[in-house]
Design a protein around this ligand. Sequence first.
Ligand SMILES: Cc1cc2nc3c(=O)[nH]c(=O)nc-3n(C[C@H](O)[C@H](O)[C@H](O)COP(=O)(O)OP(=O)(O)OC[C@H]3O[C@@H](n4cnc5c(N)ncnc54)[C@H](O)[C@@H]3O)c2cc1C
Length: 460
Amino acid sequence: MAGYDYDLFVIGAGSGGVRAARMAALTGAKVAVAEEDRVGGTCVVRGCVPKKFMVYASEFAHLFELAEGYGWSAPQSAFDWKTFLTRKDVEIGRLSGIYATNLQKSGADLFHGKAVFKDAHTLEIVGKDMMVTADKILIATGGRPLIPPGLEGSEHAITSNEAFHLPQMPKRIVIVGGGFIAVEFAGIFNGLGVDTTLVYRGATILRGFDEDVRNHLAEEVNKRGVRIIVGAQHERIEKTAAGLISHLSNGIAAPSEVVMFATGREPYVEGLGLDKAGVALNERGAVAVDAHSRTNVDNIWAVGDVTDRINLTPVAIREGSAFANTEFLGKPTTFDHDMVPTAVFSQPPVGTVGMTEAQARHAFGKVDIYLTRFRPMKEVFMGAQDRVLMKLVVDESTQRIVGCHIVGPDAPEMIQLAAVAIKMGVTKAQWDDTCALHPTVAEELVTMRDKYVQPSLGMG
Ligand SMILES: Cc1cc2nc3c(=O)[nH]c(=O)nc-3n(C[C@H](O)[C@H](O)[C@H](O)COP(=O)(O)OP(=O)(O)OC[C@H]3O[C@@H](n4cnc5c(N)ncnc54)[C@H](O)[C@@H]3O)c2cc1C
């Protein structure tokens, strides 16, 4: 690293950056990381982890109902938002501390402050009056939420960042968006007893997911009490003495105390000085990289959400790890972005891996579909109307399963294991050869014998 302060400088101590920094530092390389906020990044501080705690907290309402159906006389239950927030923040603080300690144990230096490029090898740590040089630089600055610009009254709206710290729980909330974050928060607030309205400009929530999943989930979420307004968008947000009013394009005026936008995220490159280093962005405003996460500048790489490939924590970690393997451990590695399982922690949750039916039809022409809908026994017992959806998408010519989609209890847990077999190229016959495990919800996955014919395509 002739003449440089560090062999590697990582910008951003989130999922991707921390993994890369630790792996590189453990080889004996001189590594530093800059973090302008809290160590751990979006996932730990304002994403997956606190979100999952909120999902857990909100699921109890349904569990109390179930318990009564099973003969329990539940004591009068009440939820205290402030108690939950305090405990959640203690746990997030603990996890963030573990991330910082692990970085330090690996031998990496940590700078608290915003790092800004001065040139391709030099960074300023803003506010610290400090310049640092490095041989290699990894951009791992993540993404951030986006409120559509120009919307009147948008200054009264919040994003997921603030939803984790609301001073009190609202009585009513309007959540804007149809993606996974919007749907998850709708389930959270609805479960916590907040009157919840989801407003989405498209025809069905969860764009990009399988059509059957989208329709099924919309029905189930609606059954649980979330009001879904589709085909409409905000024209303005009015602040009144009583709260906020969302004026929608379909003429509806929806009152609430909180309006939360979950309408998308953007790669976080603002103020990073990428122009000083000559780093190019792609048409989506993300740092453009190749399969090795190399940018157009030969000593600069980028991983995670700032590259806008698949914006999930395990993907950022694997991209960071592939970078460190290649550049510091002498093991050239790329991360395979195919067959990445994903979940929506909605209520009920979704687990999905591989292609949607539409993608598979486009790719292969002919596909076999296996689909089942049923009421899970835990809920049937008390007469609940919740239904599970399971769907397998099979390439007709090779009989390989190329997509698996589940909506129902424990769908995320099931899909992680299904993904192992599907990524290995399992055929439908091999899948069916696996004996069912009874009585479970998951057993229905291996007992779908008959091809599904859509009602509209039926013989009658
Ligand atoms: C509400 C929500 C829920 C989510 N749920 C899930 C989930 O259930 N499962 C899942 O897999 N993914 C989930 N995600 C996505 C996941 O959080 C991200 O994909 C992941 O955190 C990306 O990691 P990263 O390393 O790219 O960036 P991040 O984790 O965002 O880390 C980037 C870090 O860089 C810092 N930084 C930025 N610029 C600078 C700078 N110039 N100088 C110094 N520091 C800087 C930031 O402060 C941040 O700490 C969720 C995201 C959100 C918002």
